[in-house]
Design a protein around this ligand. Sequence first.
Ligand SMILES: Cc1cc2nc3c(=O)[nH]c(=O)nc-3n(C[C@H](O)[C@H](O)[C@H](O)COP(=O)(O)O)c2cc1C
Length: 174
Amino acid sequence: MIDPRAYRNALGHFATGVTVITTRDAEDKPVGVTVNSFSSLSLDPPLILWSLAKKSYSLDAFERHPAFAVHVLASDQQSVSDRFARAGTDKFAGIDAGEGFGGVPLLPGCAAVFQCTTEHRYDGGDHVIMVGRVQRFDTAERPPLLFYRGRYATPETEAVPFTSLLRAFAGAAA
Ligand SMILES: Cc1cc2nc3c(=O)[nH]c(=O)nc-3n(C[C@H](O)[C@H](O)[C@H](O)COP(=O)(O)O)c2cc1C
């Protein structure tokens, strides 16, 4: 028998980035939710995935609207993450949101944005798995916000290119 709290704590050992994923509801109001289940899925075709709890208020909007935008938060956007993780509030109050593919709201100041059309939705236990096809993307030179063991974190070091890491390992083995 799996203890739910221990299971949740164990999952928290996997460090992630933090995203806010936005769309519009049936009344065309902006909708957004903080999500760390985001993952790249396929390069060709360009697919990403994430999962949304079935109890989320925003589920209906994401099930209706054909598009959504994934905002990869920068290290100075912890307050944006907190805001979009709080249900039942006006999450967009005071935010100067733009408009992207399919009329989806776009948040400023992020490390990267992936604008997607919904390709598939799958049942995933108490979550719905959303698979998006990337239609447009943007990046900025901003360090990412991280999430680890239930807390926010920021990178301690500059990002090291993967190839130089490989070379370092090869050097150490020689
Ligand atoms: C760092 C972080 C990551 C989260 N990741 C997810 C996630 O991947 N899927 C999810 O359904 N909720 C996730 N949540 C919780 C939602 O953001 C939260 O339940 C939110 O209130 C849902 O909004 P809604 O009910 O207005 O749709 C996360 C919260 C935080 C703080």
